[in-house]
Design a protein around this ligand. Structure first.
Ligand code: E4P
Length: 213
């Protein structure tokens, strides 16, 4: 499973890259609002750090405007992938942009049918949001299992980026299901390595090493 970093912080992308797990980045307007600097400059900096896709979200609502915005964002760097919400207008824009070889990521996916339409439109990626579904008392991971099954049934090539990840358990469940990619906040990535028995083991080995002198 590939790891994307769910952030607009260049520093966080660098920290994830140091762990060898920055296969790509997903940003969104909320994440960008936490940073200082213009989005275009932030995208450029992030593109210097990672080799994989860097998702930049279009904020227009009408398909023609989304296409225009998508073309402008794609011109920033060849790593840029245009994140487009799973609306009717968004799906129309995906078809047009993908026909121009501009990669798209259909975001804010909460149902299997949205994911099927996105794939039929030729989206390179889809972003189903598991955490927000869990928050609304639905089973987020069930959505991932269903989309994976549908894509497998019809040999659809769209890659699933599991989004809105909140915990280590979410990451484990994604990997057990065979999701292509998980986009994860840095805080959760850093928790993946943590285990109290590892810390205790290091501590006792150090104590014994000191006895040896
Ligand atoms: C995905 O690309 C989104 O940026 C992100 O995963 C949203 O997560 P949230 O539900 O924690 O805001």
């Amino acid at each position: 499973m590939k790891f994307f970093i769910d952030t607009a912080s260049v520093e966080e992308v660098r920290r994830a890259a140091a762990l060898g797990v920055a296969d790509g980045v997903t940003t969104n307007p909320t994440l960008l609002a936490k940073e200082s600097g213009k989005p275009e400059e932030i995208y450029k900096e992030i593109c210097k750090v990672v080799d994989g896709p860097v998702c930049a979200e279009a904020v227009s609502l009408e398909s023609g405007d989304i296409v225009k915005e998508g073309r402008e964002l794609a011109a920033i760097d060849e790593k840029i992938v245009i994140k487009i919400p799973a609306t009717r207008e968004g799906i129309v824009a995906v078809k047009i942009l993908e026909a121009e070889s501009i990669r798209t990521n259909v975001t804010l996916i909460f149902s299997p049918m949205q994911a099927l339409l996105a794939a039929r439109a030729g989206a390179s990626f889809v972003c189903p949001f598991v955490g927000r579904l869990d928050d609304a008392s639905h089973e987020g991971m069930q959505l991932i299992a269903e989309i994976l099954q549908m894509y497998q049934n019809y040999d659809l090539k769209t890659e699933i980026i599991v989004a809105s990840i909140r915990s280590v358990l979410h990451v484990k469940e994604c990997a057990m299901l065979g999701a292509h990619i998980a986009t994860i906040p840095l805080g959760v990535i850093e928790k993946l390595i943590k285990h109290p028995l590892t810390d205790r083991g290091v501590e006792s080995f150090l104590k014994d090493w000191q006895k040896i002198g």
